[in-house]
Design a protein around this ligand. Structure first.
Ligand code: GDP
Ligand code: IMO
Ligand code: MG
Length: 426
């Protein structure tokens, strides 16, 4: 068997959590490979909504093992709070959860540094979730980070002190207030809690399971347009959110990657700063936000909303090698008599292109739109034939443009509001 990868093709929040939960019964393992508590993955079933930040979205399916891979940054405090929430649902989370000893630890000063750096940037701030993602990956790449496996060593406290002391030096130059005694106490308590979990060399688990024929789903966080290399730098996150990230973030060889599920909303959203060519700063944008309940799952911030952007989607499909597309939130567009699709960008010098420009941050981009009729019908989430003709036409238009089949359409937040479309062969 191979490792299938599911990842976001836009700026995050595409609905990855919901679909990982829907697909998880088909898989023996669900694994996170990058990102950390900046992620907010929402799942809904039996009338209950769950938001996961650190734990893979296969956790509610008892048949699946869940792995937090080496490419992840893990905040023990967030992790502890999340587990305690799940414990209320009488689940045996510990039995099915495996954490890589090579995952990077987020310490409380990483969060303080995140705040300090954002504050120093002023108007140019990234709009970070302030979870310490950038500073913890910085320490990993700078070869001074702490890893989950370090908590098992009796020199851990000394290493921790050494690291936070380097952070205190930096923080002296910033105007950030904090109560270190409280933060340290909370962190050390959470580290003790973390020790009671299965801390493993997850690359061995993943590869041994592959050899046994187990099926594995890698769950992306954020979105391809927030990738550290391919996103709208510097308005990005600090990890590789694309398919290749699953190889380094889990220890999977490229030849062992199977299906790549690319998930996108039927429109676009972005939270935080940075370019967004199809953003609607008008009533239509407000309507999308209201109808789609577009508020961040991690920070509660209102999401910026706009029409679908095909040049960006094509770029993400190319980088990720997407084999199947999954379209989310089709129900949200039900209110619009006409739906706009951005097919090209017109640049400041008048050039019309489908290529995402290097200067995306500074370039003046005017979207070139095609209009399609809306369906203006409430979508119930039934079988494919229940889909209105205008929705089918929208799907087929996108399939032709993007040249990848759309094999799933989501019509609501619940597990059951999901329409599977057969994969066309040939
Ligand atoms: P993720 O980060 O990719 O997992 O996505 P989020 O959970 O941050 O955001 C997606 C939001 O859309 C969540 O509130 C979901 O419950 C909701 N959602 C997912 N699919 C659908 C859908 O098809 N229709 C509607 N209306 N909401 C959806
Ligand atoms: P999920 O997995 C949407 C955005 C932030 C900010 C930028 C950098 O739920 O789709 P960071 O905290 O990583 O330093 O923030 O990236 N961002 C997300 N936006 N969904 C996410 O995750 C995100 N994780 C980070 O808003 O613009
Ligand atoms: Mg999210």
């Amino acid at each position: 068997m191979k490792v299938d990868v599911l990842l976001g093709l836009q700026w995050g929040d595409e609905g990855k959590g919901k679909i990982v939960d829907v697909l998880a019964p088909r898989y023996d393992i669900v694994a996170r490979f990058q990102g950390g508590p900046n992620a907010g993955h929402t799942l809904e079933f039996d009338g209950i909504k769950h938001v996961l930040h650190q734990i893979p979205s296969g956790i509610f399916r008892p048949s699946a093992k869940n792995v937090i891979g080496n490419g992840v940054v893990l905040d023990p405090i967030v992790f502890k709070a999340e587990i305690e929430k799940l414990d209320k649902f009488k689940m045996d989370v510990r039995a099915n959860l495996f954490i890589s000893k090579k995952a990077t630890l987020i310490v409380p000063t990483h969060r303080l540094l995140d705040q300090a750096y954002e504050k120093a940037k002023g108007e140019d701030k990234i709009g970070s979730t302030l979870k310490g993602i950038g500073p913890s990956y910085q320490d990993k790449i700078g070869r001074q980070g702490l890893r989950v496996g370090d908590i098992l060593s009796n020199t851990f406290f000394d290493k921790f002190k050494k690291l936070v002391n380097t952070h205190f030096e930096i923080l002296k130059g910033h105007d950030i207030e904090y109560d270190w005694v409280a933060l340290e106490g909370q962190f050390l308590e959470a580290v003790t809690f973390l020790k009671s979990f299965k801390l493993i060399d997850s690359e061995y688990l993943i590869n041994q399971e592959l050899s046994k024929g187990s099926s594995i789903l890698a769950e992306g966080a954020q979105g391809s347009l927030l990738d550290i290399d391919f996103g709208s730098y510097p308005f990005v996150t600090s990890s590789n959110t694309v398919t290749a990230g699953a190889c380094t973030g889990l220890g999977v060889a490229p030849r062992n990657i199977g299906e790549v599920y690319g998930i996108f909303k039927a429109y676009s959203t972005r939270v935080g700063s940075g370019p967004f060519p199809t953003e609607l700063l008008n009533e239509e944008g407000e309507l999308l936000r209201k109808q789609g309940n577009e508020y961040g799952s991690t920070t509660g911030r209102p999401r910026r909303c706009g029409w679908i952007d095909l040049p960006s989607l094509k770029y993400s499909i190319m980088i990720n090698g997407v084999t199947q597309l999954l379209m989310m939130k089709a129900d949200v567009l039900s209110i619009f008599p006409t739906i706009k699709v951005c097919t090209h960008y017109q640049l400041g010098d008048g050039t019309v292109t489908q290529t995402v420009p290097y200067e995306i941050v500074n370039e003046k981009i005017t979207p070139v739109y095609t209009e399609l009729p809306g369906w203006q019908t409430t979508l119930s989430g039934g079988a494919e034939q229940a889909m209105p003709q205008a929705l089918l036409s929208y799907i087929e238009f996108l399939e032709r443009e993007l040249n990848v089949p759309i094999t799933l359409v989501s019509t609501g937040p619940d597990r059951l509001q999901t329409i599977h479309r057969p994969v066309k062969k040939g």
